[in-house]
Design a protein around this ligand. Structure first.
Ligand code: AMP
Ligand code: ZN
Length: 480
């Protein structure tokens, strides 16, 4: 299989021709969500970016094993008061709630599920085995019921920092004394296994006593188990490069004597008001807040397909800032592209084509082969849309064969690769018309300062599960 695909590999800092270990097959691991709270739109951007990458690999004819984990082994603590079982915090109930929520959201964004979705708690035995293995190599040590990776010892033979480009001397001088570090030989050492305090509710027996695995270890355990000691692609958000992925490289190398990953792919951040969207700072927007319009950021609701298109308009390695204006522009672009795709069904054909359709189609492939450049792909799809409009208005021509080619490839790149579908409105057509009438009546009431009527309409609709939102660009509605 001849691949022209080039990917930017964090490991080398360059775009490289992509060559899988086994011909025609790819193993890809992506760090999944921590399921202790709702995923925010920033998390979604990373997962949607990898969904697009997965889709293009499939579209290129590869067979892909795509593993994305669920981080469900966390640090929940509870006081030891003698409460009944059902009053106690049950971590798996929290895990289930947010895992289901995550799947629902990814479904709305039209993301494919991974081919394997393993959980950290389901792989405790594997994590204990790797810890034992690294201990036996002399690259970890036990201290007070915990086991730490010996970074400086590892660095005598290997290069800790090879992925993130950090220098161990800088890291050492940059670390301050933090709590609990007295157990460690060096502040750089990270836990493979942590002793559980009495309050810690997620705990497992181990050769070192009751405890729980260090966060970095789960990804090494699950990627090795399902993809092997050396596999093709590992992905995650840019913010995971250090320490999480650096530690994964060290753990894999220490345990198996080989580098775990050939291509490290990192997606850039979604920002809100110029700041990284982040759970810890509260600078977040949740997907549902956007789909319902129930938020303080936007003046109307947006369909998940429009949000996905908005994300696809940026290259995955560029920062993307979220704003009302940008989303509203994306909606116009989305509508324009979808109209062009729909128009392909009713174009007249001619003896000649007024444009070079093969060159257009090649430009779609070239964009995606250049490190999955969806931004350029969409610009090229808009060129195709302009051509379609010309044919539609009689200012251009297209042959039957070219029309078939353009249709197949536009469907392929829009629906299969970008993963944006047409918004299915058929069943709701009548509701749309009815809502338009109701909102017109309400607008008239407002113009006459008849607030009783306008509020009554809004409140009754709300009771019926339809929310109405007044914004700068007029009134919008959405189903709750
Ligand atoms: P977490 O659940 O915190 O482990 O995050 C899940 C994924 O979301 C990781 O790959 C993070 O790198 C990614 N992520 C977190 N914040 C953002 C953001 N603002 N933009 C894009 N990706 C993010
Ligand atoms: Zn991970």
């Amino acid at each position: 299989m001849e691949s022209k695909l080039q990917v930017y590999n964090t490991l080398s800092g360059n775009k490289e021709v992509f060559k899988p270990i086994a011909e025609g097959r790819i193993g890809m691991y992506v760090c999944g969500p921590t399921v202790y709270s709702d995923v925010h739109l920033g998390n979604c951007r990373t997962f949607i970016s990898f969904d697009m990458i997965y889709r293009y690999l499939l579209y290129s004819g590869y067979k892909v094993r795509y593993v994305r984990n669920i981080t469900d082994a966390g640090h929940l603590e509870e006081s030891l008061s003698g409460k009944g079982k059902l009053d106690q915090l049950e971590p798996m109930e929290i895990v289930q709630k947010y895992t289901v929520g995550f799947h629902d959201i990814m479904g709305l964004f039209n993301a494919h599920p991974p081919t394997i979705e393993p959980t950290a708690t389901g792989h405790i035995i594997e994590q204990i085995e790797i810890t034992k293995n690294i201990l036996s190599k002399g690259l970890a040590y036990e201290s007070n019921g915990s086991v730490y990776f010996d970074v400086e010892k590892y660095n005598e033979q290997e290069n800790y920092g090879e992925l993130s480009g950090r220098k161990i001397e800088d890291l050492i001088s940059g670390t301050r004394d933090l709590d609990g570090q007295d157990e460690k030989k060096s502040p750089l050492d990270f836990a493979l296994w942590k002793k559980a305090s009495p309050q810690h509710i997620m705990r497992w027996p181990s050769p070192w006593g009751d405890g729980f695995p260090g966060w970095h270890l789960e990804c090494t355990a699950m990627s090795t188990k399902y993809l092997g000691e050396n596999f093709d692609i590992h992905g995650g958000g840019m913010d995971l490069k250090f320490p999480h992925h650096e530690c994964e490289v060290a753990q894999g190398t220490a345990a198996n004597g080989k580098k775990p990953v050939n291509y490290w792919l990192h997606t850039n951040m979604l920002t809100l008001n110029g700041q990284k969207m982040s759970k810890s700072t509260g600078n977040t927007i949740l997907p549902y807040e956007l789909f319902t319009g129930d938020n303080n950021f936007m003046d109307k609701a947006y369909h998940p397909m429009v949000v996905r298109f908005f994300m696809m308009q940026a290259h995955y390695r560029s920062v993307l800032d979220f704003s009302s204006q940008a989303l509203s522009a994306a909606e116009k672009g989305y509508n324009r592209l979808m109209t062009a795709v729909a128009d392909l069904e009713s174009l007249n054909t001619a003896e000649n084509s007024s444009e070079d359709v093969q060159a257009l189609v090649n430009s779609f492939y070239n964009a995606m082969d250049d490190d999955f450049n969806t931004s350029i792909l969409i610009a090229n799809l808009f060129e195709a849309a302009t051509y379609i409009n010309k044919v539609k208005s009689g200012q251009g021509t297209i042959t039957k064969e070219d029309l078939e080619t353009l249709k197949t490839k536009m469907h392929g790149f829009v629906f299969d690769v970008l993963g944006v579908n047409a918004i299915q409105e058929g069943a709701n057509d009548k509701l749309d018309v009815a809502m338009e009438i109701i909102l017109e009546v309400r607008k008239n009431a407002r113009e006459q300062k008849d607030w009783n009527t306008s509020d009554l309409i809004r409140d009754k609709l709300n009771e019926a599960g339809i929310s109405v939102k007044d914004g700068a660009e007029g009134t919008s509605w959405s189903i709750n």
